[in-house]
Design a protein around this ligand. Structure first.
Ligand code: NAD
Length: 310
């Protein structure tokens, strides 16, 4: 049977993994958090939604104890932990000649890092609009609906793309094949690179940030930098659409009352994904000779804040 490993089974890995498991697939959750793994194995993954609480039986294993090979590894660690996770899985024989890796992580540049473990033709990139939260070890909080756009990292189509699409759709994850996943990845990364660090630095909800009468003056130059770097990398972003998308999150009725995930991570004493957002944009800027002083400054500001939790 096609064996699927969810590498990094926190909030999002938990959602994707339990959904696929409920569709009847052979799924193993792989994680380093011992209490989480133990509780899932003892009591199943407890899922609370807006309307009900239920449990999904799914095997979980500590990364150091994984020994079986997988046909598909869905990587959903935080970005900074993906390489260590995959290196460990490779050393333990879980990545074989034909293993496909599907990344649903936020941020940029994952295809380059994942290509250390499998050829580009076995890497799949996805952008997801699903969200997920953790209430505690083995306890997910799953609200709302979402979708997934995916594409093989080299832009080619193959039977496996269709197979993965089918798995995700049988699991009710509302997936489609994209013909330009990089545009979607960069668009989401732009929104995240604006709202995540600014709300974290300012310690504001999205609504509070947007209430400042000159917030547009703060974000337009930042968006322009990102659009210019993307353009130099042959990715055509629509700056007006991005600005609209960001400003549409401000009202209390949309996402305004939330703190972005970076703010939540930082306030829980966890490192952020800044190096895969503004930091990666600044690094790409250097490669393609596009100045990115704002993205560099924002990266430094978050690194300075992170010094408090290291
Ligand atoms: P997460 O923090 O829930 O899980 C990531 C890892 O941290 C897991 O291995 C998890 O077990 C571990 N972890 C979580 N809480 C812990 C604790 N208290 N103690 C010890 N270990 C703990 O991260 P996530 O939200 O699932 O994000 C994974 C990737 O998916 C990231 O790239 C993120 O940007 C992306 N993403 C997340 C969402 C979302 O709504 N959560 C949506 C889209 C994309």
């Amino acid at each position: 049977m096609f064996k699927i490993g969810i590498a990094g089974a926190g909030a999002m890995g938990g959602r994707i993994g339990t959904y696929i498991k409920q569709a009847g697939y052979d799924v193993t959750l792989i994680d380093n958090w011992e209490d989480h793994v133990n509780r899932i194995n003892e009591k199943g993954m407890e899922i609370q939604t807006e309307t009900k609480t239920y449990t999904v039986e799914v095997p979980a294993v500590l990364t150091k104890d994984v020994s079986e090979p997988f046909d598909l590894i869905v990587i959903l660690t935080k970005s900074m932990h993906s390489e260590k996770m995959l290196e460990q899985l490779q050393n333990q024989g879980s990545i074989h000649e034909g293993t496909a890796i599907l990344s649903m992580m936020n941020g940029l540049g994952h295809e380059e890092r994942l290509s250390q473990y499998v050829p580009m033709s076995q890497i799949y990139l996805a952008v997801t609009m699903w969200t997920a939260g953790l209430r505690g070890p083995g306890q997910l909080l799953l609200e709302g609906e979402g979708s997934i756009d995916l594409q093989r990292a080299d832009g080619e189509k193959d039977e496996r793309t269709e197979y993965i699409l089918n798995v995700l759709n049988e699991a009710g994850l509302n997936a489609q094949i994209s013909d330009d996943v990089f545009k979607s990845i960069w668009s989401k990364a732009t929104v995240n690179s604006v709202l995540n660090p600014l709300c974290t630095i300012l310690d504001k909800t999205i609504y509070e940030f947007g209430s400042y009468s000159e917030s547009r003056d703060m974000i337009v130059p930042l968006i322009d930098e990102i659009v210019a770097v993307a353009k130099a990398k042959n990715i055509n972003l629509d700056r007006t659409a991005l600005l609209d998308k960001i400003e549409a999150t401000y009202p209390k009725e949309t996402q305004g009352l939330h703190y972005p995930s970076m703010h939540q991570d930082f306030n829980k004493g966890r490192l952020t994904e800044i190096d895969y957002l503004n930091g990666q944009i600044a690094a790409y800027g250097k490669e393609v000779n596009v100045p990115t002083p704002l993205n560099e400054m924002i990266t430094h500001l978050i690194h300075q804040l992170e010094m408090k939790i290291q």
